[in-house]
Design a protein around this ligand. Structure first.
Ligand code: SF4
Ligand code: SF4
Length: 434
């Protein structure tokens, strides 16, 4: 018998957790005898064990341990091929934004999605749904600032719903908007909820002083007061929606983490609000006048931030999915995930938007079967795993697809590349099971 190569042994107070990332199975072990068996398996690999002993039988049933000749590489390929990925459509409805955040890598041109492109997007979606057996779907609106186009979003969602009705399509859909929330007044939020927009990602970069340094309107006017007012109105309503509040942290804003998390707990301790923290990235657009210092040691800081948030009892949303099968894969690796750009380009990655030919796999406005290039599409979804990944204990959540864009071009897959994924996975196991 050996530990499954997808089993991770994670230390907790007075014991260990065994979690298998591919079977999503888990046990907590506190007895000294049992912990010794696990240590023996970790040290020696192959150990003779009596399958009639209840603890051993449980470990076998949960596939936390497997027989020596168990072919786990084939098992991984099987699950990867048969996993039911959600239908995911992301619409970039405008390149324009009312904000000018200094770390933003997007160009703010006046390009917006035409109604013809919205209509052709619906036809394209219908063709994807007609061959998809997944019961779940997400439709997301992204920009620039998508709420600048909220009237078209509402019109589109109404037509989308009638398309589903005509097709007798009873899939469960999430309607999602990534927004700076400046325009998200209660009345608009209600109208959007009526057409199925029930989920938001909103960024608040710390308390007022820090937030207004990095999230300002054209003309450098701060946005904190308006956004907090909008969110308080929503909190005081009975709208059944979910809001994920993201903080992009910097060296400066980290110094106020305690006060900021206290503020969130005091003002948004409501089950509709969830929180998520990520370091500001340097996309080469920052300059010295911006007074923004990037955090370098990202994986250690991630742990520090998560610990503060957890100790305050904040609901950490994304963490929950990070220990479920294929939970850390990027949506670009999902064969049923498509990004539709404002001009109708069908793309995979939201970082390379309209900038790289390998990302543009078709166009919804092209009458010839959308000019869909399956070879290009498959380069994002169906590439082979490198050997180091085949032997990685968190391959069941990451699958070498945390970022298909960087995977091929990264020569050495080591802790510099994967350290953060592994830490997030462990934190997620603890969050879910301790
Ligand atoms: S990229 Fe890193 S974390 Fe992901 S499967 Fe490969 S080795 Fe594991
Ligand atoms: S940069 Fe990587 S992780 Fe980000 S969307 Fe593109 S493929 Fe996904």
């Amino acid at each position: 018998m050996k530990l499954s190569k997808f089993t991770n042994v994670i230390e907790i107070e007075n014991g260990v957790i065994l979690h298998n990332a591919i079977y999503n199975s888990c046990v907590k072990v506190y007895s000294e005898n049992c912990i010794n068996i696990i240590k023996d398996l970790e040290t020696n690999g192959d150990v003779n064990l009596d399958s009639n002993v209840p603890f051993i039988k449980d470990l076998m049933d949960l596939k936390l341990i497997v027989s020596n000749n168990y072919n786990e590489e084939n098992v991984l390929t099987y699950y990867s091929n048969s996993a039911k990925r959600k239908n995911e459509f992301t619409l970039i409805v405008t390149k324009q934004c009312n904000f000018r955040c200094p770390y933003c890598y997007e160009d703010h041109t006046n390009d917006i999605m035409s109604w013809e492109t919205y209509s052709n997007t619906l036809k394209f979606m219908e063709s994807v749904l007609s061959v998809s057996d997944s019961k779940y779907g997400v439709i997301s609106f992204f920009g620039g600032e998508p709420l600048l186009e909220y009237k078209n979003i509402i019109k589109f969602m109404k037509e989308f719903k009638s398309m589903l009705l005509k097709r007798n399509d009873d899939r469960i859909w999430t309607g999602h908007i990534t927004t700076n929330a400046y325009l998200l007044e209660l009345n608009m939020t209600k109208q959007l909820a009526d057409v199925g927009i029930n989920s938001y990602q909103i960024t608040i970069d710390g308390l007022k002083e820090n937030h207004d340094k990095s999230r300002y309107l054209v003309g450098k006017i701060g946005s904190w007061d308006k956004i907090i007012h909008n969110l308080e109105q929503i909190k005081n309503s009975d709208l059944n929606i979910s809001l994920q509040i993201r903080m992009n942290y910097t060296v400066q804003s980290l110094k106020q983490m305690d006060e900021y998390t206290d503020f969130l707990i005091k003002n948004f301790n409501d089950k509709r609000f969830h929180f998520y923290f990520e370091a500001v990235k340097d996309y080469g657009v920052l300059n010295d006048n911006d007074d923004i210092e990037i955090c370098r040691n990202e994986s250690d800081i991630e742990e520090y931030v998560t610990n503060i948030a957890r100790s305050k009892g904040l609901r950490l949303s994304i963490m929950k999915t990070f220990c479920s099968p294929f939970g850390i894969e990027c949506y670009a690796s999902n064969p049923r995930s498509f990004v539709i750009d404002y001009d109708g380009s069908i793309e995979k990655c939201t970082v390379l938007l309209n900038t790289d030919e390998k990302n543009i796999i078709g166009n919804v406005n092209n009458k010839n079967n959308y000019n869909l290039d399956i070879e290009k599409l498959s380069n994002w979804t169906s590439y082979n795993l490198k050997n180091v990944c085949k032997n990685c204990s968190v391959v069941g959540v990451c699958n070498g697809r945390k970022c298909p864009l960087s995977y091929e071009s990264t020569e050495v897959i080591d802790d510099n590349y994967c350290g953060l994924v592994k830490k997030i996975y462990k934190e997620s196991v603890k969050l879910n099971y301790v």
